[in-house]
Ligand binder design. Structure first.
Ligand code: ACO
Length: 318
């Protein structure tokens, strides 16, 4: 059977860094660095420059992923870009990236599943590769959530940052067992009954019931991780790396604890990146692959939960 192998990955973070202290001072927030770090694990976030668009960041992350994979954009058959903050309502941000990369062929579209976007995009690309619709895919997560923030709302303004990450997938023949390299399983869910718990208002500002989102995140991530283990037959101790969506350190720790994984086997970037929505998983993947933590042949478990609610997980042999 066909497996989607991750050939390479790349990341991009805007140059401007905003620490908790700088944010509090700049916006006059009734908050503290200590409160933010203790409740979320966040120390700082990157903020896109004025005029810096999602497609700009996505193009940089995609270029880095192509370079890491050692392939040319001309051999890419499909681009799936997960974003909640496209440059325009239409056309899709993905086609801008396609043009920026100098591509003249292939197909390209966006996916909107908020913070679960990258896992959704990865699953859709995997499906296309396994169906024979494409041989090589670029899967990108990119968001400028700083543009959806009511900076006076201390419950949300401290949580988010901007960035982009990307992976290159290639279809290769596998044996259909968990010994194969590539995406071994992917699991997606949505429950629109919780639409109002995390959404944008009429001014396009993020509004969130933080406690309820937290409660659902812990429960949904726990069940989807169980589902991924059951589907692959892998035991928690066989997971080399948990690379979760970075929304809150306490949610990440909860999933790690459930799996019995020591903190050293969980890739956590939230302190430096904050919640970058669809970009957070590919940013974390690129960080841990490039610093030598994630090695070829290891088992990586991805999980994410976002507005909708949407949530999902994927198991990958790197
Ligand atoms: N600084 C200081 N105090 C604050 C801040 C802040 N930045 N934010 C909230 N508080 C206050 C609240 O006003 C409240 O005060 P009160 O008791 O006087 O009313 C108090 O702190 C406790 O508030 P809680 O909401 O109970 O705090 P909690 O411990 O739940 O932490 C947080 C809030 C960090 C938002 C947490 O609920 C959380 O992380 N939730 C999940 C967020 C998440 O995962 N989002 C995913 C987004 S995914 C996407 O799709 C975009």
């Amino acid at each position: 059977m066909i497996r989607s192998i991750i050939l390479g990955c790349g990341a991009y973070l805007p140059a401007q860094i905003l620490t908790n202290d700088a944010l509090i001072k700049m916006r006059g927030l009734d908050s503290s660095d200590e409160w933010i770090e203790r409740r979320t694990g966040i120390k700082q976030r990157h903020i896109a420059a004025e005029g810096e668009k999602t497609s700009d960041m996505a193009t940089k992350a995609a270029s880095a992923a192509l370079a890491d994979a050692g392939i040319d954009s001309g051999s890419i058959d499909m681009i799936v870009l997960a974003t909640t903050t496209p440059d325009n309502v239409f056309p899709a941000c993905a086609v801008r990236v396609q043009a920026n990369l100098g591509m003249e062929r292939g197909f390209a579209f966006d996916i909107q599943a908020v913070c679960s976007g990258f896992v959704y995009a990865l699953a859709m690309a995997d499906n296309a590769l396994r169906a024979g619709q494409a041989r090589r895919a670029l899967v990108i997560g990119a968001d400028v959530l700083s543009r959806l923030i009511d900076w006076n709302d201390r419950g949300t303004s401290v949580l988010f940052g901007d960035g982009a990450g990307a992976v290159v997938l290639e279809a290769r023949e596998g044996h259909g067992t968990v010994a194969d390299q590539g995406i071994l399983s992917a699991h997606l869910h949505a429950d629109g009954r919780h639409y109002e718990l995390l959404q944008t208002d009429a001014n396009a500002f993020i509004r969130m019931n933080g406690q309820e989102v937290f409660r659902h995140a812990v429960a949904n991530l726990s069940s989807v991780v169980d589902e991924a283990l059951a589907a692959t037959g892998l035991k928690p101790e066989e997971i080399d790396w948990l690379v979760p969506h970075q929304a809150n350190k306490r949610i990440i720790d909860g999933t790690g604890k459930k799996l019995g994984l020591p903190p050293e086997r969980i890739v956590t970037t939230i302190a430096d990146h904050a919640n970058t929505s669809a970009a957070s998983i590919p940013l974390a993947l690129a960080t841990a692959a490039h610093d030598g933590r994630i090695k070829r042949g290891q088992i990586v478990l991805l999980d994410a939960m976002g507005g909708g609610f949407t949530w999902g997980a994927a198991v990958v042999r790197w």
